[in-house]
Design a protein around this ligand. Sequence first.
Ligand code: FAD
Length: 305
Amino acid sequence: MLRQALLVASRSGGARKVVETAPFTGDVVRRFIAGETIEDAARVTGDLTSEGLLVSLDVLGEDTHDKGHAEANVQHYVELLERLGAASLGTRAEVSVKLSAIGQTFGEDLALENARRICAAARSASTTVTLDMEEHTTVDSTLRIVHELRHDFPDVGAVVQAYLRRAEEHSAELAYEGSRVRLCKGAYAAPTAVAFTDKEEINKSYVRCMKVLMAGKGYPMLATHDPRLIDIAGALAVLNERDADTFEYQMLYGIRPQEQRRLAAHGAQVRVYVAYGREWYEYFMRRLAERPANLRFFMRSLVGR
Ligand code: FAD
């Protein structure tokens, strides 16, 4: 109930105004968002990579209904990738892109064309792009775009959301040689006709997908903070005789940072998803929806404690 309410609020203009202008919002937001500018992103990327962690950078600004805004987002990604290229980090720092931020609302052709421009900039910077998965209504379109892009950019990462009833099918289709696939639980509100809503059902689906991906020939990117799922991932790596460089764990910036470092210290590849930019509201509200403790922390900050 609370999760659904927060996800609805993430799309509400009125709630956005209240949250954005609350006096202590900034401190809490900074826990999950790396900053507002490319300089902030570059600084955090430098810190994380120097600790042996990998990074995927997300420029905030999703669900764009303005073509000029979509174009500005593409240009921002290109500039960011030039900056990453200059730092010679290779695939240690890649980018994550939401198609809704670069024109998907205006049709698949524009989103595909803009994604191509970002992939080309990533190639020049010797790094990769992963296309985030968003609302369930956009999943088929996003998978079609991944498929098209992979003709020219085979290293484009795809995302499977375990809460979707078709997640296992998506995993099987994507578990081929060279295919980079992020597996996450899924962060949006989706109807029961297309998605599991019970936490245990979602966890079971995650395990089924992970089994398919870890047994397959692709490169699984296991995005979760869930200790049970991380343990199962480790066991599946042993079972499938996977070396540490044939898959990676992924976690969000600001969530379980000690666990990120513990896994890396044990030789695992760990990528931190770092979101930055001025348009943090929707991303931030999804983080609140995921965990009551995050919400309590935020409410305490609103009353100034
Ligand atoms: P949860 O069910 O939220 O948490 C499980 C357990 O993890 C908790 O019980 C607790 O033990 C631990 N935990 C969780 N949060 C904390 C915390 N703050 N502190 C301490 N312990 C904690 N979603 C999409 O829909 N599309 C995407 O493209 C996408 N990309 C993602 C990329 C990355 C790298 C990550 C990590 C997530 C991504 N997500 C994406 C979000 C994802 O779908 C989930 O909403 C989010 O990761 C929370 O799920 P969880 O697996 O951590 O499990």
